[in-house]
Design a protein. Structure first.
Ligand SMILES: N[C@@H](CCC(=O)N[C@@H](CS)C(=O)NCC(=O)O)C(=O)O
Length: 205
């Protein structure tokens, strides 16, 4: 049985949303944020303390985008995956990496200094918010002539990239919602599997 550890509205939404779209059975453990402070025993499971964490038998994973990729490759076939013989395969790989290495990376700094340690580095909040907005350029331009990022259909590239705008919304980075990005995220966030992935919360026993 696949088991995913997550916290509310975290990167765990990527594998959870993927699993929900595919209808895969999985067990979900929702934790308080950040678990390294409020659920210290989590460090015995994932020594990094980061979210999400996935196990599947002997498989142990700490990267949310890789988890989505693993699920579609291991538990497909599914249209969520772009195959190597499709023309958009290189773009698909690029968007998967772009989603975390380029888009959510600057947001991590904003989240830390805006919400977790306010007042310590206000200039970083301002600078990294602007940096994130300028990094939305490729997505906004790409969406000029398409509804989905790859192969004219909904794929995990859309799941992984659009998650950055769940974060942008919660961080109040409104300038990121350029017209195409707004249309795109409004459409994706209407999906039932997205709504379910966002609804899971930690409940104190
Ligand atoms: N590249 C990793 C990053 C994981 C990560 O940093 N997750 C954040 C939550 S979205 C986290 O764990 N923050 C709390 C912490 O670092 O203690 C992934 O995509 O899964």
């Amino acid at each position: 049985m696949i088991k995913i550890w997550g916290t509310e509205a975290s990167r765990a939404m990527r594998p959870i949303w993927t699993a929900e779209e595919m209808g895969i059975d999985y067990e979900l453990v929702m934790m308080p944020f950040p678990p390294r402070m409020f659920m210290k025993e989590y460090l015995d499971i994932n020594m990094l303390g980061t979210i999400p964490y996935l196990i599947d038998g002997e498989v142990k994973m700490t990267e949310s985008v890789a988890m989505s990729q693993y699920l579609v490759e291991k538990y497909g076939p599914t249209d969520l995956r772009v195959m190597p013989d499709e023309p958009d395969y290189p773009a698909y790989l690029n968007w998967l990496f772009h989603s975390d290495a380029t888009l959510t990376f600057p947001q991590t700094v904003v989240l830390r200094y805006k919400l977790q340690e306010p007042g310590v580095a206000d200039a970083a909040v301002e600078g990294y918010s602007r940096w994130f907005v300028s990094r939305c350029k490729l997505l906004e331009t790409t969406l000029n002539d398409r509804e989905y990022l790859c192969s004219n259909r909904f794929t995990i590239a859309d799941i992984c990239v659009s998650y950055a705008f769940v974060v942008a919304e919660s961080l109040g980075i409104e300038q990121a919602f350029k017209p195409n990005i707004k249309r795109y995220t409004d459409m994706l966030f209407e999906r039932e599997a997205f709504k379910r992935s966002k609804s899971y919360k930690f409940e104190e026993k």
